[in-house]
Ligand binder design. Structure first.
Ligand code: ZN
Length: 202
């Protein structure tokens, strides 16, 4: 199983990190070792002093596919979910400034929180809202309607480079509002009205 992540898919988030709007989706991969086991906390790793949360809509792939056309992309997933792309922002900034790959900052052990999945029929995928609550305060508010590339377009694009397999998960990018986690934080994620995850930070 692999996790394919999209960077810079929301205009306001691109602005807050002072990035340029990309011509094509920015893609990176997290290995299966990045996944946080169920009910485990997120443990702040010793190599970073600036771990950020990034709440994201997730898509679970349920068919094998390559070179998928956008009009057929909807046949490759039945469920969507919510998760966090934990990012060592300090490390990522160093790597970015040197033009180096982001893996150490994005794909480390515990960097992927995968919450619950729900049948896609429960949602209007063109207009699905989600949010992240940190210690009781709403810190990120997202809506799929603001994605620069929609789910089906992402699947089509990604599958030009990577064969999609059953169980692969697509992280579709984070909206604005990313920020630092501190030890003892409590994070909760909601997909529309469903609580998709909760996690403690240690
Ligand atoms: Zn992300």
């Amino acid at each position: 199983m692999k996790i394919i992540c999209i960077g810079r898919n929301y205009a306001k988030h691109i602005k807050e990190l002072k990035n340029e709007k990309p011509e094509n989706p920015v893609i990176f991969i997290k290995p299966d070792s990045s996944v946080i086991l169920k009910n485990n906390p997120f443990i702040i790793p010793p190599f970073s002093n600036d771990i950020h949360y990034e709440v994201e809509l997730l898509v679970k792939i349920n068919r094998i596919g390559k070179h998928i056309e956008p009009k057929f992309a909807h046949k490759y997933y039945n469920e969507i979910g919510l998760g966090i792309d934990f990012t060592a922002r300090d490390l990522q900034s160093q790597l970015k400034s040197k033009g180096l790959p982001w893996e150490k900052a994005k794909a480390f052990d515990g960097s992927a929180l995968i919450g619950n999945f729900y049948p896609k029929e429960n949602f209007n995928l063109e207009h699905t809202s989600f949010r992240l609550i940190r210690n009781g305060n709403r810190v990120q508010d997202g809506n799929s309607s603001f994605m620069l590339w929609k789910i089906d377009e992402l699947i089509a694009y990604v599958s030009q480079f990577f064969t999609l397999k059953i169980g692969d998960i697509l992280f579709t990018g984070t909206p604005a509002g990313v920020g630092k986690v501190e030890s003892k934080d409590f994070l909760e994620g909601y997909l529309e009205n469903d609580k998709a995850f909760e996690i403690k930070i240690r």
